[in-house]
Design a protein around this ligand. Sequence first.
Ligand code: DGI
Ligand code: FE
Ligand code: FE
Length: 200
Amino acid sequence: MELEQLRESMKMVLKETRYQHVLGVEEVSIDLAVIHGCDQRKAAIAGILHDCAKYFTDEELLSECTKYKLPVTDGERKSVYLLHAKVGAACARDKYGIEDDDILNAITYHTTGRPGMSLLEKIVFTADYIEPNRKPLPRIEEIRKAAYDHLDFAVYLILENTLEYLNNVGTFIDTRTNETYAYYKNIVCELDAEGKAKEF
Ligand code: DGI
Ligand code: FE
Ligand code: FE
């Protein structure tokens, strides 16, 4: 499918505000792809489709998991909306004909991240958080700057914010989110305060 067709499909299945978010993620993903040397078309596709299952109800998400034989973790059972990421990837393949594993993984891991993400995965994870249509989030300017200068540092800051938010709300935190945070924290411990690699 052409990019415009994918956008049209999203316009049909998402609410207007969510559709604007998707266009924002597409645009920022392309920007980050240019800056960090990633495939722009893949970034655009992943950006457009990352929330394609966002409108599913909990029941639908669970039944899609059965249909596509997707395993459901304990964390996902407690916070079923987390499944919009992996169900989204299954739909991207099944309904929108996406076969590229890197794009599908970028969709699967856009909410929790995962240790050792590919460049495309980090781009979509970050673009999802910093796109201009999101309502203001703490330290957003610092995170936007980091996204352009040092992507791993941006991923770390996003996870730090997300975990603080989830802890404040008292929501159950998925093991994968904690693992991703620990992994990127370990990486940035080797960076200085500006997010630049320390010289050894
Ligand atoms: O779908 P979006 O709203 O664009 O963004 P998203 O897919 O990153 O989902 C964001 C929400 O997911 C946000 O409120 C934080 C939440 N989240 C991230 N990691 C976890 C989590 N929620 C739970 N319960 N557990 C997690 O580990
Ligand atoms: Fe999402
Ligand atoms: Fe999103």
